[in-house]
Write a protein that binds this ligand. Structure first.
Ligand code: ZN
Ligand code: ZN
Length: 251
């Protein structure tokens, strides 16, 4: 949120300083590549929704036929929050800008710690195209070959969280007065990431509140020190220290 002004220099994010992270003019106009993936992701989501509705309406189970897909979609949404937490934790703590496939994501998340309000200024396609690409690659084949509405509903909701989480994340950084009333209501209800919930992540060493869909998993993950346990396991097996330990040391 705009209230989070740059407050620190995350040690690992100093490794590179590409111009595009600071060129606000370039953020306002998405590239054709970003627009193409974003559009493809949205179309894939619509196809998935349409196919699920067609399959369910063709069944002769009446109202009962809707219950399982709806429950599957809710389950996908809830677990999607957990998925974004695990991904965010991994990206924040391991790898560098030069890591294959994930390098730009790692760099982007670390830059975000230094410049948290930048995400609110980028075009939606620029923020979401990576998630949209992942969603398309995973869900489009399911749309073609899968005829199970429960599986389609679960996968669409779960992977849709990955596609749209950066928009929910951006809204959590946006001042309340600049958000549509519906978004504020959803944030206040906890159905999407509340601003205060995500604000708790933006403190050195950035080692908590990783989930960015609704944040519903944050409390249990942080209270039970799940990520700390995973970091210890990885450290003892591979000898790799997470970035948050270095940030804690420097602090
Ligand atoms: Zn982070
Ligand atoms: Zn953030």
């Amino acid at each position: 949120m705009a209230e989070f002004e740059p407050q620190l220099n995350n040690s690992a994010s100093k490794t590179t300083s590409p111009k595009h992270f600071y060129d606000e003019d370039s953020w306002k106009t998405p590239t054709g590549f970003e627009l193409a993936w974003f559009s493809t992701g949205c179309i894939t989501l619509l196809i998935s929704l349409a196919k699920s509705l067609i399959i369910i309406s063709r069944q002769s189970t009446g109202f009962r036929g809707w219950i399982e897909p709806v429950v599957a979609a809710i389950l996908g949404y809830v677990l999607g929050d957990l998925g974004t937490g695990i991904y965010h934790w991994a990206i924040d703590n391991y790898g560098t800008a030069k890591t294959p496939v994930f390098g730009s994501q790692i760099e982007g998340f670390l830059r975000h710690h230094d410049h948290p309000s930048a995400i609110t200024k980028r075009h939606v396609a620029t923020n979401l195209y990576v998630g949209a690409a992942g969603f398309t690659i995973a869900v489009l084949p399911m749309n073609i070959f899968c005829t199970n509405p429960n599986l389609l509903a679960f996968a669409s909701a779960f992977l849709g969280c990955g596609m749209f989480c950066q928009q929910l994340h951006a809204w959590s950084h946006t001042p309340k007065g600049k958000l549509p009333p519906l978004v504020v209501a959803l944030q206040d209800s906890g159905l999407i990431l509340p601003r205060a919930e995500h604000a708790a992540h933006h403190h050195q060493p950035f080692d908590s509140h990783y989930c960015i869909v609704s944040g519903v998993w944050n409390r249990v993950l942080d209270k039970c020190k799940i990520f700390w346990a995973m970091e210890m396991i990885l450290f003892f097996i591979f000898g790799v220290r997470p970035r948050s330990w270095s940030d804690l040391d420097s602090k």
